[in-house]
Write a protein that binds this ligand. Structure first.
Ligand code: HEM
Length: 217
């Protein structure tokens, strides 16, 4: 079954652009801070944790992979570009996949540096999302090779929904601060899992809606 064309072809690329900007924009500043070895007193020192300056390679690899993915992913959803320049779509897709795998898999060693007990629920969520993004990208690639384009698109959307859940988490965190209860690591953990679940639920809803055949007028 073919997907229904979206009435607004810019909606999905713009949404992915906004979702990607949430981690990518701070990522650009963190990269500059790390590359300039921003010690206390440097204008960007507050943007970077001292342990990143001591061992910059894992975090730099993670952030640069993430920026590459976030920059290319929205372009891949511009239908006109994809149809007119299929070769460009393929090349950009390979670069985005590489960036995606790199950021998802480098998230795992970064987790070992985080406090293990206090934020266990959140850390498990981060670990789960790293593995899930890599799996979704792998399945998406597999379907692209098999020319099963609808499944390829769905799995790449799932990778985006899970990996770029930071914007949804930010909204939930603002809402949580409005509620007069004591804030705890458990609350952060719940927000971590809720952010991913909400994104996935919205994606699955819209995906199924787009697959439904249009009723005859
Ligand atoms: C599956 C998705 C992702 C997971 C599981 C993940 C995981 C992590 C982890 C564990 C850290 C270390 C946190 C710390 O040291 O306190 C981190 C830091 C960071 N990540 Fe990601 N990440 C993901 C996606 C992304 C993406 C797409 C970007 C885009 C560029 C990104 C940018 C960053 C940045 C800028 C930092 C440093 C934050 C800071 O200064 O504390 N991440 N990430």
């Amino acid at each position: 079954m073919r997907l229904r064309a979206s009435p607004n072809p810019w909606k999905t690329p713009l949404l992915i652009l906004v979702l990607g900007m949430v981690p990518a924009v701070p990522g650009i500043f963190s990269t500059i801070a790390i590359l300039q070895n921003a010690q206390p007193g440097h204008p960007l020192a507050d943007l970077v944790q001292p342990r990143y300056l001591a061992a910059p390679l894992p975090i730099l690899t993670h952030i640069i992979g993430g920026i590459v993915f976030c920059a290319i992913a929205p372009l891949q959803f511009i239908t006109k570009l994809r149809v007119r320049y299929p070769q460009l779509h393929r090349i950009a897709g390979r670069i985005a996949f590489a960036g995606g795998f790199v950021y998802a898999l480098t998230a795992l060693p970064l987790l070992f540096d985080l406090p293990p007990d206090e934020d266990a629920l959140k850390n498990w969520g981060l670990g789960f999302s790293g593995v899930a993004v890599a799996l979704c990208l792998g399945l998406s690639l597999w379907h692209a090779i098999k020319r099963n384009i609808s499944a390829h698109q769905l799995w790449v959307c799932r990778a985006i929904a899970i990996g770029l859940a930071g914007a949804t988490r930010a909204v939930l965190e603002i809402l949580a601060f409005a509620i007069p209860v004591e804030h705890s690591p458990v609350q952060e953990g719940i927000i971590m899992w809720l952010g991913m679940s909400i994104n996935l639920a919205i994606l699955e809803y819209y995906w199924r809606k787009r697959r439904r055949p249009r009723k005859a007028a």
